[in-house]
Design a protein around this ligand. Structure first.
Ligand SMILES: [Zn+2]
Length: 203
């Protein structure tokens, strides 16, 4: 309701051409078949390459443009495969979240899920450093990587990772490692943009 009132006062404008309507219009960032690349054992789908419109959109999202999250979330929703049921956003570190005011990965995952009638679960995975305080030594040892999956995650849950940009796939691999340690099945990620580095990586 409040958002609608704000939309009337400050209608969204396209980041690139400035036209009133959407934060990223179809002329500037047309819908195409997603790019596909396999990084390690994860199939990555991206809305586009990390240059031009998609690069500017990712950078503006990182700067805290929430209106872009709605557009990008909906586009990600449309790029999902039929068996992408459970979406988990790659969490941002606490310091970045403070700067931006929201968690980009979680925000994209919930908007993508909302756009396409899927499920998004918050708090299934954490940036490991965020949760160090108040944890037992055993729990800290378990958090080997950058991420830690929640004990609420049911074994056998098929998870699709959601993120803004994928470079080498290392972040996706770390998140998949943490989720798989809890028994989740992670085979795919859907991201806004893929950089060239992801192409140069062997296999
Ligand atoms: Zn435009």
């Amino acid at each position: 309701m409040f958002d609608r009132a704000l939309d009337l006062l400050f209608p969204p404008r396209c980041l690139l051409c400035g036209r009133i309507g959407e934060a990223l219009c179809m002329d500037c960032a047309p819908n195409r078949a997603p790019l596909r690349r396999t990084l390690g054992d994860i199939e990555v789908r991206a809305l586009g390459p990390y240059d031009g419109a998609w690069r500017r959109a990712v950078l503006a999202l990182k700067e805290g443009r929430r209106d872009l999250a709605a557009v990008l979330g909906a586009r990600l929703g449309a790029a999902l495969a039929s068996d992408d049921v459970h979406l988990v956003g790659i969490p941002t570190s606490a310091s970045r979240r403070m700067r931006r005011g929201f968690d980009g990965g979680e925000c994209l995952a919930s908007l993508a899920a909302h756009a396409d009638g899927r499920m998004a679960s918050r708090a299934l995975i954490f940036a490991a450093r965020d949760r160090q305080r108040g944890r037992s030594r055993a729990e800290r040892l378990e958090a080997r990587g950058r991420f830690r999956a929640s004990e609420m995650l049911a074994a056998g849950t098929r998870v699709t990772l959601i993120d803004d940009v994928c470079t080498t796939g290392a972040t996706l691999a770390d998140a998949a490692f943490a989720l798989r340690a809890r028994g989740a099945i992670v085979e795919r990620a859907v991201v806004v943009a893929l950089t060239d580095a992801s192409r140069k990586r062997p296999r």
